[in-house]
Ligand binder design. Structure first.
Ligand code: URA
Length: 241
């Protein structure tokens, strides 16, 4: 009994001895939260930014595209390229076309509020759209346009390599999951999808522009947002980038 107690009190010394280790005690505190940015991580991030630049240039050099012809700017993305949560909308509107950034108009303000409700913001998500140029008169992109931009979108997702992919509205849902599904039935369900080398957990929800027209549907969007918050904890996603 006595021996056992001695062993318990000296547990740490005992195990260090077992592995021939001589611990060095030091008064400096250890920052266990700060992630070290090693060489590999730095070059991975550099490649990521380079790949995003190449993709943006490719999209910008698209030929004979009605969308591009009438647009002012390419709307490629906003947010943090190292985020583990990626959000896909439909296509830029007038404000986005002017600023060259997704979701900066009224729908964007609502999206920011929705993200804020689960403690997210543009520093810990990455945002893009199914098409990168504004459809004239804000019409929905045609099936041909969606098909033409889909390889770019797939590549974009592959480069970002998110753990969670949120599809906002039926255009993003149909482009990435399939045209046979409807948003009212498919929303709020996780599906695992392989997109190139990326393998995110995918969830669809209502588009903020739709929620502005149908505010009574916001309760469902809230359910979906809570599912995302839960998944963030389950997957132990660090939100600082
Ligand atoms: N709606 C979208 O789908 N995307 C935007 O960028 C803005 C509004």
């Amino acid at each position: 009994m006595k021996n056992k107690l001695v062993l318990k009190n000296n547990k740490s010394k005992f195990y260090h001895k077992l592995i021939n280790n001589e611990p060095i005690y030091n008064k400096n505190s250890i920052n266990r939260y700060k992630k070290k940015s090693g060489k590999n991580e730095k070059s991975y991030n550099k490649n990521k930014l380079e790949n995003l630049g190449v993709l943006k240039n490719k999209i910008n050099s698209i030929k004979d595209c009605e969308l591009k012809k009438s647009a002012t700017n390419i709307v490629f993305s906003d947010g943090n390229p190292n985020a583990k949560i990626m959000i896909i909308g439909e296509g830029p509107g007038a404000n986005e076309d002017k600023e060259g950034k997704p979701f900066v108009g009224r729908a964007g303000k609502l999206l920011d509020k929705m993200l804020g409700s689960i403690k997210l913001d543009r520093k810990n998500v990455y945002i893009s759209n199914v098409v990168n140029f504004r459809p004239p008169m804000n019409r929905r992109p045609t099936d041909e346009e969606i098909a033409r931009y889909l390889p770019f979108l797939n590549k974009h997702i592959e480069i970002i390599n998110p753990k969670i992919l949120l599809l906002l509205g039926s255009t993003a849902l149909n482009a990435l999951i399939g045209s046979e599904v409807v948003i009212s039935k498919a929303r709020g369900k996780w599906v695992n999808k392989k997109i190139g080398n990326a393998n995110p957990e995918v969830i669809a929800s209502f588009h903020p522009a739709f929620l502005m027209r149908q505010p009574d549907q916001k309760k469902y969007a809230w359910e979906d947002l809570k599912m995302i918050r839960k998944k963030i904890s389950e997957l132990k996603i660090e939100l600082n980038g």
